[in-house]
Design a protein around this ligand. Structure first.
Ligand code: CUA
Length: 357
């Protein structure tokens, strides 16, 4: 049989290529849920300048400590073998030596020098990251930590969202980079912003504004989390950073600012009435309505998010229903109580929430 691609094989290859490209063209969406998911928050694969600088200094520390480990372990093994009890040991004591100025100086001075080197390289990196001057075009974001979710503001764009930080892609080349400056505040206790592939940890401290910045080199969804114990659901205070191309980012901003369509069906209208007549609105906001609560996430564009409950579950009909029915079943201890709604009420409210896009 002749080797090479048959007509059918070639057709299959084309079909596979088209199928592979389809998600990009047909299903492109502003939530970024079709982007590559960098689920493993790999500190050894930095994709943003601050993370790269921290990675470099971490490698210096790791190699120095590996060197120390090798020297100490080799000496230990050598001594254990060299001075083990011999078969002809007569049980007498070896010569006793008390003190050696040279050896004591060596094992004091060398570790001090190593420590000073580590302090210097580390503080230089900290200084470089903190004092880095960002270009004029840097995107401005304010992140407020809550038990247990992230409030996200774009003061210059007039956009408010939660738990999913959308930013434009940046570039290694400073002339083409567009970094994001992030102001960090807390509404309650100390939290810590950490997206390992993008930047080191920075705390969100009550009554204080801290700052950090990221400049992701590649599009995708980067996973981060709160890195400071802040109560029961600390582990489920998850953060996604969705890095768009500049054009897709503008589309996302436009989608966030577009007015929310009014409810259409009877079910949606019933849900709207329920939403505004129960205590939902004392904690949640929906832009352009009387719902102006600030204790829970802004729901204006709820349906453009990938997850609910700060990343605790994917945002789909089933999870949304379960969340409205009783958030405590999904995120034990979260500050949204079981509202004791009847099942038809939950269904109506979910129908209304699904119009928020
Ligand atoms: Cu917020 Cu841990």
């Amino acid at each position: 049989m002749r080797l090479g691609m048959t007509h059918f094989g070639r057709w299959m290859a084309w079909a596979a290529a088209v199928a592979w490209l389809m998600p990009i063209s047909l299903f492109a969406n502003v939530s970024g849920s079709d982007y590559p998911m960098r689920r493993i928050a790999d500190i050894f694969a930095p994709l943003s300048r601050p993370a790269e600088m921290i990675h470099d200094v971490a490698m210096v520390v790791i190699w120095i400590t590996i060197g120390i480990f090798v020297v100490v372990t080799s000496l230990l093994i050598f001594i254990v073998i060299r001075f083990r009890k011999k078969a002809d040991d007569d049980g007498s004591e070896p010569a006793q030596i008390y003190g050696s100025t040279n050896i004591e100086l060596a094992w004091t001075v060398i570790p001090i020098l190593i420590t000073v080197v580590l302090i210097l390289v580390t503080s230089r990196t900290i200084g470089e990251i903190q004092n880095h001057k960002l270009p004029e075009n840097a995107l401005q974001v304010r992140l407020v930590g809550h038990q247990w979710w992230w409030e996200i503001h774009y003061p210059e764009l007039g956009v408010v969202t939660a738990n999913e930080l959308h930013v434009p892609v940046s570039d290694r080349d400073p002339s083409r980079s567009r970094p994001t400056r992030i102001e960090l505040q807390s509404a309650d206790v100390i939290h810590s912003f950490w997206v390992p592939q993008l930047a080191g940890k920075t705390d969100l401290v009550p009554n204080r504004t801290n700052e950090t910045w990221i400049d992701p080199y590649e599009q995708g969804v980067y996973f981060g989390n709160c890195a400071e114990y802040c109560g029961t659901q600390h582990a489920n205070m998850l953060l996604r950073v969705i890095v768009h191309s500049p054009e897709e980012f503008e589309k996302w901003v436009a989608a966030q600012k577009a007015p929310v369509p009014a409810p259409v069906t009877a079910e949606e209208t019933k849900g709207e009435q329920l939403f505004y007549s129960t205590s939902c609105i004392s904690c949640h906001s929906v832009d352009g309505t009387v719902a102006q609560g600030v204790f829970g996430p802004d729901l204006t564009k709820l349906m453009t998010r990938q997850t609910i409950g700060a990343g605790v579950a994917p945002l789909d009909d089933k999870n949304l229903w379960a969340w409205v029915k009783d958030p405590q079943q999904i995120k034990v201890g979260c500050l949204m109580p079981d509202m004791q709604l009847l099942d038809p009420e939950v269904t109506a409210i979910v129908a209304y929430l699904k119009t928020l896009k």
